[in-house]
Design a protein around this ligand. Structure first.
Ligand SMILES: Cc1cc2nc3c(=O)[nH]c(=O)nc-3n(C[C@H](O)[C@H](O)[C@H](O)COP(=O)(O)O)c2cc1C
Length: 361
């Protein structure tokens, strides 16, 4: 099943293997621009039915880590065009992941040294990758955020809209809205973190409002068949507190996203995040959504096939295995051994640990 063609939104994918979005922190400087090396890296991985790009900040205030490639300047659009062209040159498909980090940032990364924005003024006990007092790159505790005003929320929605125009102009096949892993949109979804008393806090519908406004803005540009969204129910990464309403929010969103006819919804497997009832939640969410579901987290061939067989997922995303195995789908198909990942070269640096992992011959 994993190697069957599969329709997703406006596309027919060559298989059900998805390359998960992965930040590699190698954007060209100045300007956080995707490089020719990034184009080569993605082109090497087009055995996947769909590549989801590393997260790409939609605006200067959306950055939380140095050297992550944005999608808000003309140079970045040109850089992503080089990536999309290279992927298409190898008959691949790529969705660009749209990112705003919210409170997972540091004043050294923010325009004018401002406080990052979030759903809340509560600081995350997590790290950003910015510049220390001497100006040197460093992992730093996240800065205290401020709760976004209504005008700032409207700006965020508009930034996602413009970023989608940019991604489409760059030739990407679609966009994935990053609603996962404790970043801005997740900071609004989480009922134990979001402490607002306006239209964007309180009820499920209010907490989901920003994500859905972003989706609607993005869909207005790209069309529903070119838009996916990533969610991480029960995730604790980036200091996300346990949300007693995580299941209810997941099912509410599944219904809302399905109604909009999106290309897919992409879940970080709740079981990967330690939630014992994750399979049941995935099954219910998939039933409710009625659109293709991607599931990601610690997959291998047999687990992937099992998820497809048990109808927990329609497509399976692999993250870390794709770092070290440019030809991962071929290896999975053949049952060939996988290259081991070099932890030291995951973030930053050059071709080493990026484009020099060997394929089978
Ligand atoms: C180096 C690295 C970078 C990542 N960057 C992103 C990212 O940019 N966006 C995102 O949604 N998830 C990101 N993730 C999470 C992965 O997409 C995936 O959910 C996680 O690695 C679990 O899948 P795996 O077990 O197949 O690696 C990243 C993971 C790794 C290891």
């Amino acid at each position: 099943m994993l190697f069957d063609v599969f329709p997703v939104g406006d596309l027919l994918l060559r298989n059900r293997v998805v390359m998960a979005p992965m930040t590699r922190s190698r954007a060209g400087q100045p300007g956080d621009v995707p490089t020719a090396l990034a184009a080569e890296y993605y082109a090497q991985r087009t055995g996947a039915g769909l590549i989801i790009s590393e997260a790409s900040p939609v605006s200067p205030s959306g950055h939380g880590y140095l050297w992550t490639p944005g999608i808000h300047s003309a140079e970045q659009v040109a850089g992503w065009k080089r990536v999309a062209d290279a992927v298409h040159g190898s008959s691949g498909r790529i969705f660009l992941q749209l990112w705003h980090v919210g409170r997972i940032s540091h004043t050294s990364l923010q325009p004018g040294g401002a406080a990052p924005l979030s759903s809340t003024a509560k600081r995350a006990d997590a790290q950003a990758f910015g510049r220390d007092a001497q100006g040197n790159p460093a992992y730093l505790p996240c800065s205290e955020p401020h709760a976004a005003t209504g005008a700032e929320i409207a700006t965020v929605v508009n930034d996602f809209r413009r970023a989608t125009e940019n991604a489409i102009a760059a030739g990407c096949d679609g966009v994935e809205v990053h609603g996962a892993n404790g970043y801005l949109l997740d900071q609004f979804l989480n009922g134990a973190l979001n402490d607002r008393d306006d239209d964007y806090g309180g009820s499920l519908a209010n907490r989901a409002r920003l994500l859905l406004e972003v989706i609607d803005a993005v869909v207005a540009v790209a069309g529903p068949g070119r838009v996916g969204v990533r969610l991480s129910p029960h995730g604790s990464f980036n200091d996300m507190p346990a949300d007693p309403e995580a299941d209810a929010m997941t099912l509410y969103l599944a219904e809302q996203l399905g109604r909009r006819g999106l290309a897919y919804v992409h879940y970080v497997d709740p079981q990967f995040n330690g939630y014992a009832d994750g399979a049941q939640l995935l099954r219910q969410a998939r039933d409710k959504a009625g659109i293709p579901v991607i599931v990601c987290g610690d997959m291998d061939r047999s687990k992937a096939e099992r998820y497809l067989q048990e109808e927990l997922a329609d497509l399976i995303a692999f993250g870390r295995p794709f770092i070290a195995n440019p030809d991962l789908p071929v290896r999975l198909h053949m049952g060939a051994p996988l290259n081991a990942i070099d932890e030291a070269t995951i973030y930053g640096g050059d071709a080493h640990g990026y484009t020099d992992y060997p394929a089978l011959r």
